[in-house]
Design a protein around this ligand. Sequence first.
Ligand SMILES: [Zn+2]
Length: 292
Amino acid sequence: MRIHHLDCGPMRPPGGALMDGVSTGLFGRLTCHCLAIETDHDGVVLVDTGLGLRDMVRPWPRLPALNAGVLRFRFDPDRTALRHLKRLGISPHDVRHIVMTHLDFDHAGGLVDFPHARVHLMEAEAKAARERRTVLDRLRYRPAQWGDTSRWHTYSERAGGRWFGFDAVVQLDNLPPEILLVPLPGHTPGHAGVAIEGPRGWVLHAADTYFNRAEVHGSASAKAPPAGALAYERMMAWNPALARANQARVRELVASREAPMAVFCTHDPVEYVAMTVWSARSAKQVEGERAA
Ligand SMILES: [Zn+2]
């Protein structure tokens, strides 16, 4: 198995360090951190899709103007999952599965670019997205991005599996057991993390459970999370109390000695760079370090 980290929707929101904690200028940086997993027997699995080709070429009215105005996406077709994969020498036909953390417009835009892939997501997310009951839901869920929804395979939160103290869907249809869904509702009703047992151990893509590393990785004495990112996170939370509770559980997981793993979110640019570097180091190098 090999894991590639892809930024499929780079953004330059106003606010500089208030958005990302590090930028010195007027504009910050945010990513749409997706994964392409080359499995041993099941082709390529995507985790989220970021913005798609059509979003990049003709963003309106596919994307919500309010959010996209705040986030300032860089509309560049070369930043889509489709083009990233081409550069890696992977054909779009090799993508057999897409595991979705949730269906927000900045995660689901590339679904139409892979019409043959089976899409895996939580049942609660599919239901909320189809119903689009609130103003916020109509902003975040954009049916034009989904393509054929008969390929959606949904999972109940009561699937019964466990993973490091979390409920988990431990067996996705036709996928290896090393890839599982970990329900973390709050940001949206069916929001979930995706846990993967890769060449360097477990990683958890926590999606929008948090927006900035300081919310989960920082100690009490560390720098406070950036106010702009927190404000956007709050604005987009379906159930803020539940979102905070699940974020706290992920913070505990990160601090736990019993669960050594890499945990990262979708929109933090520093985590994105760190994970890209971390994953690129081959299992061989890791073996070498252990032996030394
Ligand atoms: Zn997001």
